[in-house]
Write a protein that binds this ligand. Structure first.
Ligand SMILES: [Zn+2]
Length: 216
C-alpha cells in the first residue's frame, strides 16, 4: 500500500502514521531524513537541500522531487510506503503522481485527518510541559495532581512558546493556506479520504483502517 497522511498540527497525524507504518509494514519515507542522509553521504543534492533548511527555507520543489524520485526508484515499484513531509505543494503532488505512473503504480489513498480549528486550539493552548523531564500535561484533559507541578519529578510546568494562542493560530493559518490546494488536488482525483479526527486515538485509527479496506 502506498499512502499519504495529512492533517493539521495537533491532529495526531504523527502517532496515527507511526501505527500505520507498523501494522501495515510500510516503509516510512521522510523527506527530512532523506535530505540529511544525502548530505551525510556527501551528495551535492543533499548538501543543497541542507542549505535551504539551515537558512530556514523550504527546500525547492526541484531538489525535493529529485530526492524522492531517487528513493522511489531505488526501492522499486513493489515497495509499500507512507510518505512523510511530502508533497508540500501541488507541483510536488503532480511530480509524485508522474513518478509513480512511470513505475506503473499509484498512491492508494490520501488520508486526511480533519479536526475543527477550535478543538486544535484548545488541545494545543492547554498543553503544559515539565521544564525538568519534558513530560506533557493538559490543563483540562490530563492535569497534574498539583497545578503547575510535574507528577513525575516535581519539576515546574510551563507553556511552550509555540503552544501559545497567537503562535498556534499562526501555524494553523499557514497550514491551511499551504495544504488546501493539495487537499483539493487529491479530492479532484478521487483519492482523498476524510477521517474525523475529533475522536479518541483508537477510534480515529479504526476509521482509517475501515476506509483503507475499501480502497485496497
Ligand atoms: Zn517532570
Amino acid at each position: 500500500m502506498k499512502l499519504l497522511v495529512m492533517g493539521p498540527p495537533g491532529a495526531g497525524k504523527g502517532s496515527q502514521a507511526r501505527r500505520l507504518v507498523k501494522d501495515y509494514q510500510l516503509t516510512n519515507i521522510s523527506t527530512g531524513e532523506m535530505f540529511r542522509q544525502s548530505a551525510n553521504r556527501g551528495e551535492e543534492l543533499g548538501k543543497k537541500a541542507m542549505e535551504f533548511i539551515n537558512d530556514g527555507n523550504l527546500v525547492s520543489d526541484e531538489i525535493t522531487n529529485e530526492i524522492v524520485r531517487r528513493r522511489l526508484f531505488e526501492e522499486g515499484d513493489n515497495q509499500d510506503f507512507l510518505l512523510d513531509g511530502y508533497p508540500r505543494t501541488v507541483s510536488q503532488a503532480k511530480a509524485l503522481d508522474n513518478m509513480l505512473k512511470e513505475m506503473n503504480s499509484r498512491l492508494d489513498a490520501v488520508v486526511n485527518i480533519v479536526v475543527d480549528k477550535d478543538i486544535i486550539l484548545e488541545r494545543m493552548v492547554g498543553r503544559r510541559v515539565c521544564k525538568n523531564c519534558g513530560y506533557t500535561y493538559h490543563v483540562r484533559y490530563q492535569p497534574p495532581k498539583t497545578q503547575g507541578t510535574c507528577d513525575q519529578c516535581g519539576g515546574e510546568l510551563y507553556q511552550r512558546e509555540d503552544d501559545k494562542l497567537d503562535s498556534v493560530r499562526n501555524r494553523l493559518r499557514i497550514y491551511e493556506e499551504k495544504t488546501k490546494p493539495i487537499i483539493d488536488y487529491y479530492k479532484g482525483r478521487g483519492m482523498l479520504i476524510n477521517i474525523n479526527g475529533m475522536q479518541s486515538f483508537d477510534a480515529v485509527y479504526r476509521d482509517i483502517n475501515k476506509a483503507l479496506r475499501d480502497v485496497t
